[in-house]
Write a protein that binds this ligand. Structure first.
Ligand SMILES: N[C@@H](CCC(=O)N[C@@H](CS)C(=O)NCC(=O)O)C(=O)O
Length: 199
C-alpha cells in the first residue's frame, strides 16, 4: 500500500499528517509531493485546500481529519484515535479545538497575505484572536495526554508551533502550562522536529 501526500511544506495541517505517518511507521509508504499546481489541488479537492492523500487506486482523501483516521486504520486502528467510545470522542473534541486554533490563526495570516493593499481590519482580527485565546485556555486547563500521541495531542502541538512560526498570536507568556506541555511533547517525540517548517 503506497500513498502520495499532496501538501505544502509550511502547512500545519499537512504537518499533522507527516508526523502521524512517521509515528505510525507509514512514512516509508508515503511520498510527499509539494502541491504547487493549483489545478491539481482543485481537481483532487474542490475546496482547493491541502493536505490531500492520494491512494494507490487513485482515490483522494481530504481533509487532515479524514486522513488521520485513514492512517490510524491503516496502522491497525486505535493508535492515535482511541477505539473506546468515550476516549475517542474526548480526543476528537481536543483535535477539533486544535484545528479551530489553526483555522483562526490562518484567517489572521491570510488577512495580511490576501489583502496586502488594505489596512488590517482590527475587529475581525480581534474576533479570531478571541477564539485562539479561549481555545488555548481550554487546552491548558485540560491538555491532551502525551502517550500515545493522539490526534488531539498532534493537533495541539502543530497548532502551537504554527503560532510560533507565523506569529499571528503571541501565546508563550500567557500560557505557561502549554509551553511546558509543548516542551514535553518535543522531548517525548524528537522526530516531531523533522516536520518543522523552515520558511
Ligand atoms: N480543514 C482543513 C484545512 C486545510 C487548510 O486550510 N489548508 C490550508 C493550508 S495550511 C490551505 O490549503 N489553504 C488554502 C485555501 O484556504 O484556499 C484540513 O484539516 O485539512
Amino acid at each position: 500500500m503506497t500513498f502520495t501526500l499532496h501538501s505544502r511544506q509550511p502547512s500545519p495541517f499537512g504537518r499533522k499528517i507527516l508526523f502521524a505517518a512517521r509515528h505510525l511507521g507509514l512514512d516509508g509508504t508515503m511520498e510527499f509531493r509539494e502541491a504547487d499546481d493549483e489545478n491539481l489541488v482543485q481537481s483532487c479537492n474542490p475546496l482547493g485546500k491541502v493536505p490531500i492523500l492520494e491512494l494507490e487506486d487513485g482515490r483522494t482523501l481530504f481533509d487532515s481529519r479524514v486522513i488521520l483516521q485513514f492512517l490510524d486504520e491503516a496502522a491497525g486502528g486505535g493508535r492515535i484515535i482511541p477505539a473506546e467510545s468515550a476516549a475517542k470522542f474526548e480526543v476528537l473534541r481536543q483535535a477539533a479545538l486544535a484545528d479551530g486554533i489553526l483555522e483562526a490563526a490562518l484567517l489572521i495570516v491570510y488577512e495580511g497575505r490576501y489583502r496586502p493593499d488594505l489596512e488590517p481590519y482590527e475587529p475581525w482580527l480581534d474576533f479570531q484572536r478571541g477564539k485562539i485565546a479561549r481555545a488555548l485556555a481550554a487546552s491548558e486547563a485540560a491538555p491532551p495526554g502525551l502517550r500515545p500521541p493522539t490526534v488531539g495531542a498532534i493537533g495541539l502541538a502543530c497548532a502551537l508551533e504554527y503560532l510560533d512560526f507565523r506569529k499571528p498570536f503571541v501565546w508563550r507568556e500567557g500560557y505557561p502550562g502549554l509551553v511546558g506541555w509543548l516542551a514535553e511533547f518535543n522531548a517525548e517525540y524528537p522526530e516531531f522536529a523533522e516536520s518543522r517548517p523552515s520558511a
